[in-house]
Design a protein. Structure first.
Length: 503
């Protein structure tokens, strides 16, 4: 962090993070061991098992949630297989074409800050999930999702810190954050409970703050997970006008209705959320679009919140510490803010630089040949539309008259309608954010899917075909479309998988 001077796509989409098995407990040689109580239950508390267990907790508080369509799904044996992530990193991580020299300089400076690991004397902690943006967002390039080796395992013991590695964090599993569904009194929680603390670090000699009791919360079926969202092309998403989102929301309404995709404003869900509507900003009424539940309006807000939540670093948007234990607060507050000294871009705060890096970060370049060859990818693209996937995963939207020429009136081929959809009990996390209820998620942008390694909001699977299957459950708006996919013949299923892995 410069002296003068962010990790959460939705279950209605297919988000990958990093490779490995949730039940793999292998850790880096210099990393601390798993908590002994929790380690015995590592397999039981894998992401998928925890998700299954927490459904009962979630369901108990969904008094107004509709049951909706049946989750009965016919899946016949098929030879179609997920081709796996494409190799290489040359398709992602570049700046937008057409940036001016100052814009490019801001992108480079922002990238450097985004990659930097933070220290206690710079404000890291007292509680946090990791020490840098780049650790969470590096697959297949900076700005992406979790790397092949989860950095959280080694980080737990960095600089002598005394953290235990929670059982849902593994060396070959995805970077995760943990949220508790309910408070001890039964009231809604939903907040991020940081995995680690700075206790034991010589830079914080008086700090003894403890980690949450994850073993107890797992046993109580009260923990849900989220994995990092990639930020490629984020500036183009930010530059899509609300009117463009509403236009696509209102398109093909008869077809959507026939498939159970509820895009009308009079379909009320729990907490007065409206399925298929935008998750609107509480004060100005404009559309949220970032995060698993479209809970954040802008990249600056996304940056500031994540800097504070994921690394514990207070900033110009979030000026107070999440944990105010006096002996654990070493740096001045806010830990990072804009400076009145120096010259741009050094005068900018870290969250300003993060924002400019993400805003100017180009979307990934899809492959026209891999996997499966151009003919298979072309057939798969057609099937993506005819099966109904494109009704929520809108292939393209237009940006507005942006002040940044490189972003002005561009086609953002994001494969998302940016709307909230009820994904049923199978993917419910019980967390309400804004208008988004416990079973609702933003349609995940699919650009860059071809190189992601883990899928769905909690990273429960690394198999793309299984991720599609998980879209079907009681009340899910994707039930009919999911069944359409599994009704395809083997070659057609494979073509569609190849198309998705070409993105």
């Amino acid at each position: 962090m410069r002296p003068s001077m962010f990790v959460l796509i939705a279950a209605t989409g297919l988000l990958a993070c990093n490779g490995g098995s949730d039940s793999d407990t292998t850790a880096a040689a210099d990393a601390p061991a798993l908590d002994s109580t929790a380690a015995a239950n590592t397999n039981v508390h894998s992401a998928a098992d925890s998700a299954n267990a927490v459904r009962e907790t979630v369901a108990a508080f969904e008094r107004n949630a509709p049951v909706g369509a049946s989750s009965a799904l016919t899946v016949r044996p098929s030879s179609a297989r997920d081709p796996g992530p494409r190799a290489g990193n040359d398709s992602a991580g570049a700046p937008l074409a057409g940036l001016t020299p100052p814009q490019l300089a801001a992108f480079i400076a922002g990238k450097a800050d985004f990659e930097e690991a933070e220290e206690v004397d710079e404000g890291l902690g007292p509680t946090m999930n990791l020490d840098g943006c780049g650790g969470c967002h590096s697959q297949p390039a900076i700005g992406g999702t979790s790397p092949l080796v989860n950095p959280q395992v080694a980080f737990a013991g960095k600089n002598g810190m005394t953290n235990k590695v929670p059982p849902f964090i593994t060396a070959s599993g995805p970077v995760r954050e943990a949220r508790f569904v309910r408070n001890p009194d039964g009231s809604p929680d939903g907040g991020v409970h940081a995995l680690f603390t700075i206790a034991g670090d010589p830079a914080a000699p008086g700090c003894t703050v403890a980690q949450p009791d994850f073993a107890r919360q797992l046993a109580n079926r009260n923990v849900v997970f989220r994995i990092p969202t990639p930020v490629f092309g984020a500036g183009l998403i930010e530059a899509i006008p609300d009117s463009e989102i509403v236009k696509h929301q209102r398109a093909q309404t008869d077809v959507k209705r026939s498939l159970g995709i509820r895009g009308r404003p009079n379909i009320l869900l729990n907490a007065n959320a409206i399925s298929g509507q935008l998750n609107r900003n509480g004060n100005d009424g404009t559309a949220g679009r970032f995060g698993w539940k479209a809970q954040n309006k802008s990249l600056l807000l996304f940056s500031g919140e994540a800097y504070n939540v994921e690394m514990g670093i207070s900033n110009g948007l979030f000026q107070t510490e999440r944990d105010e234990t006096e002996a654990c607060n070493i740096a001045t507050l806010p830990n990072s803010d804009s400076s009145l000294d120096g010259h741009a871009p050094e005068v900018l705060s870290s969250i300003d630089l993060f924002t400019l890096f993400m805003r100017f970060l180009a979307p990934p370049t899809p492959s026209t040949t891999q996997p499966g060859g151009p003919e298979s990818i072309t057939r798969g693209r057609g099937l993506f539309a005819t099966t109904g996937c494109a009704l929520c995963h809108t292939p393209s939207m237009k940006t507005y008259n942006s002040s940044v020429t490189a972003m002005r009136y561009q086609s953002a081929n994001l494969y998302s309608d940016l709307l909230l959809h009820d994904m049923g009990r199978g993917l419910a996390d019980g967390i309400q954010q804004g208008q988004a209820g416990g079973r609702e998620f933003r349609t995940a942008p699919l650009w860059g899917l071809g190189q992601r390694l883990f899928f769905l909001h909690d990273g429960r699977t690394s198999d793309l075909k299984q991720a599609i299957r998980e879209h079907a459950s009681d009340g899910s708006e994707a039930n009919a479309v999911t069944q359409r996919y599994f009704n395809l013949n083997d070659t057609q299923q494979q073509d569609l998988l190849n198309f998705l892995r070409s993105l």
